[in-house]
Each structure stands twice: as C-alpha cells, then as structure tokens.
Ligand binder design. Structure first.
Ligand SMILES: *Cc1c(COP(=O)(O)O)cnc(C)c1O
Length: 293
C-alpha cells in the first residue's frame, strides 16, 4: 500500500515542554517517505470529486520542489488517474520532479512570467476536460480533507493545535475539525503574508470565521529561506527528540512553538499538539551532509 494512515502516531516531546506545558506532535510525516502527510489529506476529496465527474486527468501547478506536485502524482497513481503538473521555471530538474515523473505525472514547464497568469494557462487547455486543482491544494475540498487529520487519533485532550501555514488550507481544516475549547494556531512560512487570514476565512463557514490565530514572526526571511540558524535548530531538535523536520515548513513550526512556549504565549496549563505535516523531501535541495538525519 502506497499510503498508510495507521503509521501516524502521537509522539510526546518532553524537551519542548515544561511543568505547565505538555507538548506532543502528530506525525503525519510517517504516512509515506516522500509524500507529505498534509498534502495527502488535502487531496483526497478533490480526487473523489474528479472521479465523480468522470475526469480521469487531474492537473495542477507547483515549483520544482513542490510537495503538492509529488503528492498529486502519487495520489493520482493510487486512484488510477492521470496527472499533469505545470511547473514554474523553464528548465528545472529536481529529485522532486523526477519522482513525480516516475509516478506517472506529465510535466509542462512554464516561464515564471506565464506562471503568474494561471487562468491563461488553464484557458489554453480548457477543451481537455481536465480536473484542475489550485496550487498547494487551496480550496474547500482541501480544507475538508485536512479536517480529517484530527480524526486519525483521539485529539480531544489537547488545548492548542499548531500547524505551519502556506496557503492556509490545512489551518482552515484544523479550525473546522477542532472543538470549541481548542485554540488553533498557524505559523506563516511566508514573509508578510497578511492576506492569510482572509484566505483561511474564505474556506470556513460563518460559525468558524476567525476561529484561528496566525503568527507571522517565524518565516526566517521568507518562503523556503533557511539560514544557518534554522539548519542548526533542525539538527539540534533531531538530536533531542529524533524528530526530522524540513526547511520550508516544519522546522519553522517547531522553532516557533518552542519560542512561544518560552514566551509563555500559551495559556497554562497547556497541552499542545503540533501537527508534523511531513514534506521532508524539500530537504533534498540542501547540500548533502547539512543535516544529521
Ligand atoms: C504544503 C505544506 C504545508 C502548508 O499547507 P497549507 O495548507 O498550504 O497551508 C505545511 N506543511 C507541509 C509539510 C506542506 O507540504
């Protein structure tokens, strides 16, 4: 079996907590060595819809190291669907893209300029009858899929649920899936992405509007930026807790969580659940030997 949600565990992280704060992580990265956990959850309902509409080809957009692209290729293969990836940049090659191709995805490279106008690209292929998914899986189906992350394990005892936020689809899903007593916090991995709350709210029903908080202080320079300090943190976290993280999302998430705990940001007593959303293949862009895991 390609994906196995039974492999997901709740791992306690004693070195992050203190006498007032218990810290655990939901290891959705264990679903699959390459496919990022949250992407699998976000895609599941889109693919069901594609099948319901009898579209047997699914198309989407992404960069050369996109977790979304490789997850889409793998999920389509598993569902017997064809996949097409529109990749930003004219001549890029990466382990991620080779993996996507090996999983049967057809790649179309488009210039960075053309990539800005996705509707134009979609228009050019409008007569193909493909099922289109937005970059990163943004959308209501994505949020509904992400809400099911909280059903894999009993998460009712946690006071706070914390995740990394790119498009905010997973954050919306967790806000949907959390109960009233739980606070849902998203750590933005993009710099100054202050439209994030609006993006999340657009996926939520009226009663869940603003049922989450976003924090913008832990982007480390911007999307996929990874200063030495972050790499050192990743190695240090791994030695403390045997917890592998990636440079784009989860390293910033865990760093932020630890920092916020130290600042006593979370109302005590707190029982935190940090969502390890996977995405370790993003580390393949690093110099070999940078990481100890
Ligand atoms: C895509 C991704 C995210 C961000 O999810 P959004 O729903 O776009 O906010 C977080 N973590 C990992 C590992 C991802 O691959």
């Amino acid at each position: 079996m390609l994906f196995d949600t039974n492999k997901i565990i709740v791992q306690e992280l004693p070195s992050l907590g203190n006498e007032h704060t218990k810290v655990s992580t939901l290891r959705t990265d264990l679903i699959h060595p390459i496919v990022s956990g949250n992407k699998w959850f976000k895609l599941r309902f889109y693919l069901e819809e594609a099948k319901r509409l009898k579209c047997n080809t699914v198309a989407s957009f992404g960069g050369a190291y996109s977790n979304h692209i490789v997850a889409l290729a793998a999920s389509c293969k598993l569902n017997g669907l064809s996949s097409i990836g529109f990749i930003r940049g004219e001549s890029c090659n990466s382990p991620t893209l080779r993996e996507a191709e090996a999983l049967g995805m057809k790649l179309h490279f488009i210039s960075r300029e053309a990539y800005k106008y996705k509707e134009v690209v979609m228009g050019e292929f409008a007569n193909k009858g493909w099922f289109w998914i937005k970059e990163g899986g943004y959308g209501i189906n994505g949020a509904l899929g992400a809400a099911s992350i909280l059903l894999v394990k009993n998460c009712s005892a946690f006071t706070h649920i914390i995740c990394a936020a790119g498009t905010g689809t997973m954050l919306a899903g967790l806000a949907l899936g959390a109960n009233e007593n739980q606070s849902v916090v998203g750590i933005s991995v993009l710099k100054n992405n202050f439209g994030l709350n609006e993006m999340v709210n657009a996926l939520l029903p009226p009663e869940k509007i603003n049922a989450f908080t976003t924090i913008h202080d832990y982007h480390f320079g911007g999307y996929a930026k990874h200063p030495t300090k972050l790499i050192e943190y990743m190695n240090q976290l791994y030695s403390r807790e045997q917890l592998p993280t990636d440079i784009v999302y989860t390293s910033k998430l865990f760093y932020a969580s630890e920092d916020l705990i130290q600042q006593q940001y979370f109302k005590r007593p707190a029982n935190l659940l940090i969502i390890h959303s996977g995405g370790l293949q993003g580390n393949r862009s690093l110099e070999p030997g940078s990481l100890i895991f």
